[in-house]
Design a protein around this ligand. Structure first.
Ligand code: 5GP
Length: 116
């Protein structure tokens, strides 16, 4: 189920290219390769220790808070500060990369599931 190193760890190591929009010691953010919205960024802790947001919340809550703060900052820069934050958790919920990451979606979002 989980690959190590993950595809995101390879992006962090510059082994595969990505359009990186933010990087700190602990977090990286880049554009999703298959965008589902006008703005679609992935915000990812550099550690691949946590497979999903529930594990991250238990194991390192301050890193989760940092992820949300980075999402907010990027939304200010890219979507005027309004955004949808999604953590797919589990295969049946659509998670395909088991290295925790937040999807930041913004920019004239269509109505749809949960997007009332
Ligand atoms: P998940 O389905 O696990 O919630 O999200 C994984 C996301 O990673 C997907 O939206 C997918 O498009 C994106 N993704 C997968 N491989 C790559 C890649 O190599 N580069 C980038 N930039 N995004 C990727």
């Amino acid at each position: 189920m989980s690959d190590s190193p993950s595809i995101f760890t390879k992006i962090i190591a510059r082994e595969i290219p990505a359009d990186i929009v933010f990087e700190s010691d602990s977090v990286i953010a880049f554009r999703d390769i298959a965008p589902q919205a006008p703005v679609h960024l992935l915000v990812v802790p550099k550690t691949e220790e946590f497979a999903n947001v529930a594990e991250l919340a238990v194991g390192n809550p301050s890193l989760l808070a940092e992820l949300v703060a980075v999402a907010q900052q990027l939304a200010m820069e890219h979507t005027g500060g309004q955004f949808r934050l999604i953590f797919n958790t589990g295969e049946n919920a659509g998670q395909t990369v088991f290295h925790v990451h937040a999807h930041v979606l913004g920019g004239n979002l269509e109505e749809g599931t949960l997007g009332h």
